[in-house]
Each structure stands twice: as C-alpha cells, then as structure tokens.
Design a protein around this ligand. Structure first.
Ligand code: PDD
Length: 285
C-alpha cells in the first residue's frame, strides 16, 4: 500500500508528492506544522492540534483560514485512502513558493501538505524499559511555542544526544532551568508530585503534556508546574518524556547516572496506561 500525501489540492502516493525548490518552507523554514496520531481510525485530540496550528499560523502572519476550514475533511480523506487504522498524520503549511527574498511577498499562495504513515508500536521497547537522556544547553530560538519547521537546532541537539548514546536531549535555558526535550515535553516526579515546566514562549504547548496533566489531576496525582533545575532532574524519583509519537517514555538514566531506582517508576507507568486507555477509547477526544 502506498503512503498517502496531499499537496495543494491533490492526493497521491508520497513518492510522487513534490513542491517547488523555491518554496519558502525549504528556503527559510518559513512554515508551521502539526503531528497527530490516529488510533483505530480515529484522529486523537484533533481539536487541540487544530487550535495550536491556528495559533502557530497567526504568530507567523500566515493566513491559514482556507486550509483550516477544509483540514478536518482532508485529514479524514487522507486517512481513509491510506487504509491505516494506527497512523501518524503530518500537516505542514508553508508561506508558499516565490523568488527568494527575506521579505514576505504579497499575494503568495501557501503550500498545503499532509502525509499519512502507518504507526506500529514503534517505541514499545523504550516505553517498557526506559531510555537514557542527556542534559544540553537549549540553543533554540525564543519562540519555541510556535510549532515551526525551523528545526535545525533541534536536529543538532538530537544528533548530539544520539552521539552520546542517549534517546533524548533534555534542554536547559541560560539560567539552568529545564525547558523541554528536543522533540518532547519533560516531566519529573519528586516526592509523589508530578512536576513540569510551565508554558512559556520557550517551550511547545504539547497536546500530550496537556492531556497527561488532566489525567493526573483526575487520578488524584498532585501536579505542580514551575521551575526545575538540573539538580531537580538528577535527584528526581521519576522522569519521563512525552509527545504525540512516543506517548510516554520513562527516562531511567540522566547524564549517565540512574534516575531513582533506575527503573521506570509507578507514576510514569500509571499515566502512560491512562493515556493509552483514553487515546484508544472511541471518541477519546
Ligand atoms: N514533536 N516539544 C517539542 C519541541 C516537540 O517537537 C514536541 C512534539 C513536543 C510534544 O508535543 P505534542 O505532545 O503536541 O506532540 C514538545 C512532534 C511529535 C514532532 O515534531 O514530531
């Protein structure tokens, strides 16, 4: 079965989908995106992804109204054509193609892209056993709340983490405060309290983050958002990273030293279980 793409009004197999070499997404990273997941044919948390996509578009002065109006239908159609039940859906809206110039051209038509790929239980081993992470300086820009495809810093940070044999780079700002992972939000458990950095322009407002905080509250797990240091991380009872694609992955080693018992912790396990249950429930939205 071919993986399905949609580009500017046309569905086709992914290998046949092309955009112009003058696309500003390619030349400037002048574009925004979303990654969503479908479970058993249902797109999970679609509303929250669309809200964030709307916000990202507005913050880069990109008019997404027309695309947003048709997006739910296009996603459904792309998923249907793919025939996948469990899938990763990628949506990207770029400024469009125009002769290269930093200034935003008037009357430019945005490039609209969707892809659908199958999603098996790709992270089962990491979810079960936990992973190691390294702490790195957050060298990204000051607007990580915008989900833009300007991802070079994230790519380099992830490279550095993988070179060090770690699964994720956990990032700290210039004051030594935890921000997030290179492609995930970070949570720690200290004395039974679930803690995570509060939302700011320096982190992405993760949909998974939001859902996990709701689930924790409903389950009676105390939750606190606020500043976390490298020492808090190193001394935590549990640490985990979370995103749409990985769901919840325990971090059992940080900077080469074990976190807590060196095994995935009970609150991490519990939250992942609750999350999976919710995501797989029909109309889990
Ligand atoms: N990344 N922070 C960053 C920097 C991310 O790239 C992501 C997700 C998250 C988690 O967001 P959410 O829970 O909404 O997926 C946090 C996606 C999955 C990606 O780029 O592939």
């Amino acid at each position: 079965l071919p993986d399905i793409a949609y580009v500017n009004g046309r569905f086709c197999p992914i290998e046949q989908a092309v955009v112009s070499i003058e696309d500003r997404g390619l030349q400037f990273g002048d574009s925004v995106y979303e990654v969503m997941r479908a479970y058993a044919g249902q797109i999970f948390a679609l509303g929250q992804h669309l809200d964030r996509f709307t916000r990202s578009s507005r913050l880069i002065h990109l008019n997404a109204d027309d695309f947003l109006a048709e997006l739910p239908g296009l996603l459904e159609e792309a998923l249907r054509q793919s025939t996948y039940g469990d899938a990763i859906l990628y949506v990207q809206l770029t400024r469009g193609a125009a002769q290269r110039s930093h200034s935003i051209p008037a009357d430019i038509l945005p490039t609209r892209i969707i892809t659908v790929r199958p999603m098996e239980d790709s992270y089962a081993a990491e979810q079960a056993e936990g992973v190691s992470a390294v702490g790195l300086q957050d060298i990204r820009w000051a607007h990580c709340d915008i989900k833009s495809t300007n991802l070079l810093a994230g790519v380099l940070l992830k490279y550095e983490a993988r070179q060090a044999g770690a699964f994720e780079a956990i990032l700290f700002n210039e004051r030594g405060e935890l921000t997030e992972g290179a492609s995930s939000n970070v949570f720690v458990v200290i004395d039974g309290v679930l803690r995570t950095p509060e939302l700011s322009e320096r982190i992405l407002a993760g949909v998974t983050r939001l859902r996990l905080l709701e689930l924790a509250r409903q389950d009676g797990i105390p939750v606190r958002s606020g500043v976390l240091s490298r020492e808090d991380m190193a001394g935590a009872d549990e640490v985990f990273v979370a995103s749409t694609s990985i769901e919840v992955i325990p971090v059992v080693r940080f900077d080469g030293k074990p976190i807590g018992s060196g095994q995935p912790g009970p609150i991490t396990r519990r939250l992942h279980e609750l999350y999976r249950e919710m995501a797989r429930r029909p109309a889990g939205d």
